[in-house]
Structure formats: structure tokens, C-alpha cells
Design a protein around this ligand. Structure first.
Ligand SMILES: Cc1ncc(COP(=O)(O)O)c(C=O)c1O
Length: 478
């Protein structure tokens, strides 16, 4: 290999690829227009096999061929999670504005660590964080935060701020943190990742609506204090993954104040409820929190990865994360706090640009509409389920989410669990809708999370009708 060959390759890259990629990007931006007619399942089951058998070439290959292979074996070989009838995980639509913002940010590839590299982009991030903090009832002058890869990173970083604010180093071994048995696994993982043992996490039981039992929270705190432990944080869920339940933020906030605990709200899923107009009472007490995780790549139509951690007092993040190495001395910006001093990452993309594009193009009123519209989808699912016999409602609609199962009285508990697993498999195999099961109070249940902005009432109703047909057929064969 020599320099000439290198330069020829890069030149070809710029000229040929740009044309092909522009067409591909234009097609992708238009995906939403035809997505409803597309199957959700991968069309090419051999994709992973093909890639496993591929070689890492010593000499570069033709870019057309690489592109064709990628489309066939990679892009057409993945679940279409942004499909309006993909009801699993915490799904979400992708707004074309977010896509454009993401592409622009990648094309320019700014270093997202410091203000001196890309001041406009940093100002976007700061402004959005202030807006989000304001929605949570934080003082916009004092709050701060950072965009992160996902809720997992945001939750872990919040726990670092909590630990450093509320515990002296000598108390790390006796610190305890409280979360409900429905809290997301990333919270538990994050607490472990920052060095706490499992026995320093107290899983507080939930009530019939899958919300943290605040009486048991307070009891656990009292018992731990009496045992010489040092409670330092409580994590509430604003939208649990299983059921979309929102903990009683007000009561938990008051308990946090009483015992001087850091109050973190995991709003990775339900943070977008801050935009609700119709369901405001559900999030009363959010203003009492010290920090909030909010994934806009879930409910607010953002391309991955677009999560955020917002804290009531920016200084707490600076205390935990700021470092001043000599090789950054010349880039130090006296007027601003650089993002690399607010979180764990140094080199990072400017994730906030895509959300900025979306909000500028759509406006907050439309985003509020989208949130309230999709909360209602779970009530539509409930209405349709109640029209058909044998469907048990296991969790009430919350944050656009509902859990239910087909449970004819003639079947045993084991048969019902198996039947619902089979219903999930069959609906998924059709490619029409995608619904996986979860376990609630020992029961295997079907879960619909319908927060994709493009999901219509018809998508929800037609899916339930198909589930019912499958359920009846399978039951007749038992
Ligand atoms: C409530 C909740 N918290 C945290 C997370 C983790 O977020 P991420 O997958 O973006 O890391 C999720 C993911 O679904 C979630 O639902």
C-alpha cells in the first residue's frame, strides 16, 4: 500500500459514496410514509450468519457491493422497532427532523466535550437542559445536566452525584439506596457499577398498581438507620418499564426531604410526561426531585442515542465529574461549564442537536399533543380487550402501557402462562404486530406499550382483534 492508493480510495469515497448515500438517506427519511405496510420481522434470517462468515479484508472492496450487502443482511435483517405496531420494549417513532439533526451532527462530527470546540452546539445542549429542568420545576438558572447515550448511563451518573453529595467517603460501605421492585434493571446495575454491594440496595415492594409502597419505604429507612446504616438516596420511577406506572413522586419526595436523601426520578421512559396537558396530576411532586433521567429517544421521537440527565443543582455534577488535565488548559472556557466536566464522557457526539431540530420544527404544543395522544392508546386497548371474553387486565393503562392475558377459566395456571407465551410468538411471527410477554405478580402476561406517535387507534384495535383470534384458535387446540 502506498500514499497514492490511499488518496485514490478516499477520493472515490467522497465522490461515489456521497451520491449513493444521499439517495439512501433520502429514502430512509421517507421510511415513515410506508412503514405501516412493512413487516416488523427481519426478512433475511441469514443476516448474522452472512456477517459471521465474512472476512475482514486486507484490501478494500467495492463500495457498491458493501452497501448492497449491508442493506440485505444488516438493515433488512432487524426488527423494525419504530413500526407503529411494534408494542414491545419502550418503542418510539423517529421524527424526520431528528433524523436530519442526527445526520448533520454526524456529518460535522463536532467534538462534544467542550464549549471552545462547538459553542453553538453546546449552547443548544445547555438551552434544552434548562428547558427540561424548567418543565420539572427546577430553577433554570441553577439546574444543569447533560445529554447521554441512554437511561442506563443517566441513572448511573445520577447515583454518582447522589453518593458524592450525600455520603462521605468513609460512609460508602454503609450507604443504602431505595428503589421499588419495579425499578428498571439499569438502576440496580448502575448502583453496582459504582461500587455498592447488592445488600446496599433495598427493593421496596409495590402496590396493586405497581407503584412503590411509600409506607414500606419509610419503614425500611427507619430500620436501616436503627441498624447503623446510612440511607442516602431513593429512586422513583416515572413510568416503569413493565407497566408504565408512575410512583407517588410527591410522597417519596417528602420522605426524601425528611431523611435527607437524594431523590432521583428515573424518567427514562416517562420523562416525556412533563409535556402532558391532560395527565398533569400523575407527576405531582417531580419538582421535589434532585435529578431526573429522561430518554427522548423513547417517547419524543429521537434517533438513538438521545437521553439526558438533569439535576436541580448543576454544581453537584461538577463536584462529581470535573477534571482539569493540563492538555485541556488552552481550551478552558471561563464563562461556561464544559460538558466533559458534567458527566463521565470526554469525546462525545452532540446528541442534543437532533432534539433541537425536532422541537424547532414541531413546537412544544405538538409534542404535548403526541404525549397525550399516546397515553390514550392504552385506554383504547383496554376498551377493545373488554369487548372480548376471557381477557384479564393485569395492569391499568399508564403511560400508554397496559398488561393483560388470555385466561379462560378451564385452563390451569401453567397452561395459561404457556398459552400467552404462544400467543406472543404467533402474533410476532405474522409480522403484523410485535408483543412480548413479561411477568407480573408471578403471571406471564402480554404487554402493550403504545407510545409510538404514529400508532393509531386502528393499529391498537386491529392488533387486539388479531390477538383474540389467535387466542381462541390456540385454546381450541389445547
Ligand atoms: C424506566 C427505564 N429506565 C431506564 C431504561 C434504560 O434506558 P436505556 O435503554 O436508554 O439505557 C429503560 C429502558 O427501557 C427504562 O424503561
Amino acid at each position: 500500500m502506498n500514499r497514492e492508493e490511499y488518496e485514490a480510495k478516499m477520493k472515490q469515497g467522497m465522490e461515489d459514496i456521497v451520491t449513493d448515500v444521499s439517495q439512501f438517506v433520502a429514502d430512509s427519511v421517507m421510511l415513515n410514509a410506508k412503514i405501516r405496510e412493512m413487516p416488523i420481522n427481519p426478512s433475511n434470517a441469514d443476516g448474522a450468519e452472512f456477517i459471521k462468515k465474512s472476512e475482514i479484508p486486507a484490501y478494500g472492496r467495492d463500495t457498491d457491493e458493501i452497501g448492497r450487502e449491508l442493506i440485505e443482511y444488516v438493515f433488512d435483517n432487524a426488527l423494525l422497532c419504530q413500526h407503529p405496531r411494534f408494542f414491545s420494549f419502550v418503542p418510539g417513532a423517529v421524527s424526520p427532523h431528528s433524523l436530519v439533526g442526527a445526520i448533520l451532527a454526524d456529518v460535522y462530527n463536532f467534538h462534544g466535550g467542550g464549549w471552545s470546540e462547538a459553542p453553538g452546539a453546546c449552547a443548544i445542549e445547555e438551552k434544552l437542559i434548562q428547558w427540561m429542568g424548567g418543565l420539572a420545576g427546577y430553577d433554570t438558572e441553577k439546574c444543569g445536566g447533560i445529554f447521554m447515550s441512554g437511561g442506563s448511563m443517566a441513572n448511573m451518573s445520577a447515583m454518582i452525584a447522589a453518593r458524592d453529595t450525600k455520603l462521605g467517603e468513609k460512609d460508602f460501605p454503609i450507604g443504602t439506596v431505595y428503589l421499588s421492585d419495579q425499578a428498571h434493571s439499569s438502576v440496580r446495575k448502575g448502583i453496582r457499577m459504582i461500587g455498592f454491594r447488592n445488600d446496599q440496595q433495598v427493593l421496596v415492594p409495590t402496590d396493586d398498581n405497581f407503584r412503590m409502597r411509600t409506607d414500606l419505604l419509610e419503614k425500611a429507612i427507619e430500620e436501616d438507620i436503627a441498624a447503623g446504616k446510612k440511607p442516602f438516596a431513593v429512586v422513583a420511577s416515572m413510568g416503569t418499564t413493565n407497566t408504565g406506572s408512575i410512583d407517588d413522586l410527591y410522597k417519596i419526595g417528602m420522605i426524601a426531604q425528611k431523611y435527607n436523601l437524594w431523590f432521583h426520578v428515573d424518567g427514562a421512559f416517562g420523562g416525556s410526561m412533563l409535556l402532558t396537558k391532560n395527565y398533569k396530576s400523575f407527576i405531582k411532586g417531580i419538582e421535589l426531585s434532585d435529578s431526573l433521567s429522561w430518554d427522548t429517544h423513547k417517547w419524543l421521537m429521537q434517533v438513538y442515542s438521545c437521553s439526558s440527565l438533569i439535576v436541580k443543582d448543576k454544581q453537584t455534577l461538577i463536584n462529581s465529574f470535573a477534571e482539569h488535565p493540563e492538555y485541556l488548559d488552552d481550551l478552558y472556557d471561563q464563562d461556561h461549564v464544559d460538558p466533559w466536566n458534567l458527566g463521565p464522557e470526554m469525546t462525545r457526539p452532540h446528541r442534543a442537536i437532533k432534539l433541537w431540530c425536532t422541537i424547532q420544527a414541531m413546537g412544544t404544543e405538538m409534542l404535548s399533543y403526541v404525549v397525550d395522544y399516546s397515553v390514550n392508546n392504552a385506554f383504547i386497548a383496554l376498551d377493545e380487550l373488554l369487548r372480548h371474553p376471557n381477557w384479564d387486565i393485569i395492569s391499568k393503562p399508564s403511560c400508554g402501557t397496559i398488561n393483560f392475558r388470555y385466561a379462560p377459566s378451564s385452563l390451569t395456571k401453567e397452561e395459561i402462562d404457556d398459552l400467552n407465551g404462544q400467543i406472543s410468538k404467533e402474533i410476532n411471527d405474522t409480522g403484523y404486530a410485535y408483543i412480548v410477554t413479561t411477568k407480573l405478580k408471578g403471571k406471564r402476561v402480554l404487554r402493550i406499550c403504545a407510545i409510538n406517535a404514529n400508532t393509531t387507534a386502528d393499529d391498537v384495535r386491529s392488533t387486539i382483534i388479531k390477538l383474540d383470534e389467535i387466542a381462541q384458535r390456540l385454546t381450541n387446540n389445547i
